[in-house]
Design a protein around this ligand. Structure first.
Ligand code: SAH
Length: 489
């Protein structure tokens, strides 16, 4: 070990910061946060430092550094831009056995300031011993994303029960088991959900019950449309804590790769043509694993509450008294629109958006076609591509202009994303020409034409050759091809 890690109690202890600029400002602020009595020594102070001195949060020694500044200090921070002065401060401090930190100078420092993750009362400090500070910072960022902000509250709750936990579980192994349950189970979930009172009651209940078996739970997690960068931090944390992951086929391999290595992954495909798990089968799997005390993540494409049957799953869990949480995800409509450069609303074109599904003929019967056919709104349609023909006919039959632009976004947000554009009258034909396959999202409305100019991700949209002409009926397919050829030439 290169450095001996320690956490210093600086409350009401004098600490000297030499320097009056931005770096001194940051160092002084952190020391004040830790309760130290901080004096900044410098001929001139930055306005922010001067403010803090004026408000009594810092003391100021003006003038140039003199050895007697060290007289009552427990620690010294040298934060000027004068290397010779830093050397002198380091030597004087060493002679008096005062620990000194020289900013950005590991060799002259007798203590280092780590990269910190603050979840008070939990503090995580990372040091590279001065060898790779950037690496330590990156590591800190990584850990920041993994540790929920509710961690501090949970630790305080555990602190309050500490004595009683020790009495109840005098054996360290049993005690450890209890804490594990506290940190990973229902109590933690309640704290994350902002229900601290209930969390406390649950912890009390755990403390009072005899059996120490962990209680399982289910987190319904939205995995987004495919790009793992669109996962939320919460989703990532849930994936990191999962014992079992029940995922849809739609969830991308890149997202699954982020889950805890030894989590059991079970695909519960519902799409036609793939091995089939009924909704009841999924319910049964959730129940079985949660009852066995496991942390189950039910991972769905997009958002669990948008055409994801998340509601049914929660109703089932509630009925069986299994604790649950929901982590929203970026739904296909929002993601595909963004990744195709199509604003779903636009002051000039559309004042509202409808999310609808047209996954099977039966769902067509329940759609309010006259309402869908209205102008100045965007339709975001979750659908199987085999339904496009019927969808196009119904919409036009109910009055939406055949010249209304559409964009079909296949594999939205994924490396193989494709966007096919055109007008409503050509929808089914264009999709067939380009052999669009599932998953694909259909956007209908004036905004869809903006994909031509605003596209930024992946291949340029196919259809630039088709400028929609409101007054003209559809051109025959060969005219399209001709125009495409001219375009390419
Ligand atoms: N809960 C999901 C939707 C499930 S329904 C969500 O919120 O996104 C499945 C349909 O979503 C697909 O048939 C397709 O229309 C759409 N979809 C999901 N992911 C998609 C993607 N990456 N690109 C295009 N469409 C997608």
């Amino acid at each position: 070990m290169k450095l001996y890690p320690l956490f210093a109690d600086l409350r009401d202890r004098a600490v000297l910061v030499v320097g009056g600029g931005a770096v001194a400002e940051r160092k002084a602020a952190m020391l004040v946060d830790a309760g130290a009595r901080v004096t900044v020594g410098a001929p001139v102070l930055s306005p922010a430092l001067a403010d803090r001195v004026a408000s009594g949060r810092l003391a100021h020694r003006s003038g140039t550094f003199a050895p007697d500044w060290l007289d009552d200090a427990w620690l010294v921070v040298a934060a000027t831009d004068d290397a010779a002065l830093h050397q002198r401060i380091a030597e004087l401090a060493a002679a008096r056995r005062i620990f000194v930190n020289v900013v950005d100078d590991a060799a002259r420092s007798s203590f280092h300031v780590p990269a910190v993750i603050d979840r008070a009362p939990i503090t995580i400090a990372i040091s590279s011993g001065g060898d790779a500070p950037m690496f330590a910072r990156l590591l800190r960022e990584r850990l920041e994303t993994l540790l929920d902000h509710s961690l501090g509250t949970l630790a305080m709750l555990a602190a309050r029960l500490r004595r009683r936990i020790r009495l109840r579980h005098p054996q360290p192994a049993a005690r450890r088991g209890f804490y594990e349950q506290l940190f990973a189970g229902r109590v933690a979930a309640l704290v994350r959900s902002g229900r601290v009172g209930e969390a406390q009651a649950e912890a009390e209940r755990l403390l009072a019950t005899q059996d120490g078996a962990p209680q399982g739970s289910v987190v319904l997690v939205g995995a987004g449309p495919g790009d793992p960068g669109l996962l939320t931090l919460r989703a990532l944390r849930a994936l990191n804590e999962a014992d079992v992951i029940l995922h849809d086929r739609l969830v991308s391999a890149e997202v699954l790769a982020l889950a805890r290595r030894d989590a059991e992954r079970i695909e519960v495909a519902k799409e036609a043509g793939h091995h089939h798990t009924t909704q009841e089968g999924i319910h049964a799997l959730m129940l079985e694993h949660a009852r066995a005390g496991r942390r189950v993540v039910r991972l769905k494409g997009g958002d669990p509450f948008v055409f994801g049957r998340g509601g049914e799953e929660l109703e089932f869990l509630r009925a069986h008294d299994i604790p649950y949480e929901v982590v929203p995800g970026i739904t296909a409509a929002v993601a595909c629109a963004a990744y195709a450069g199509i604003p779903l609303t636009h002051r000039d074109h559309a004042q509202s958006v409808r999310l609808l599904t047209a996954h099977c003929k039966a769902s067509h019967d329940t759609l309010d076609w006259p309402a869908l056919a209205r102008e100045r709104q965007t339709l975001a349609v979750y659908m199987g591509v085999s339904q496009l023909d019927a969808f196009q006919r119904q919409l036009v039959a109910h009055g939406r202009a055949a010249s209304t632009p559409f964009a079909l976004v296949e594999n939205g947000s994924r490396p193989d994303q494709r966007v096919v554009t055109g007008t409503l009258g050509q929808l089914a034909r264009r999709a067939a020409e380009h052999a669009v396959t599932s998953p694909a999202l259909l956007i209908v409305g004036e905004v869809a034409s903006l994909a031509q100019s605003l596209a930024w991700f992946g291949a340029a949209p196919a259809g630039a050759e088709l400028v929609p002409r409101p007054s003209r009926p559809d051109r025959p397919a060969d005219a399209d091809r001709l125009l495409a050829a001219i375009h390419q030439a």
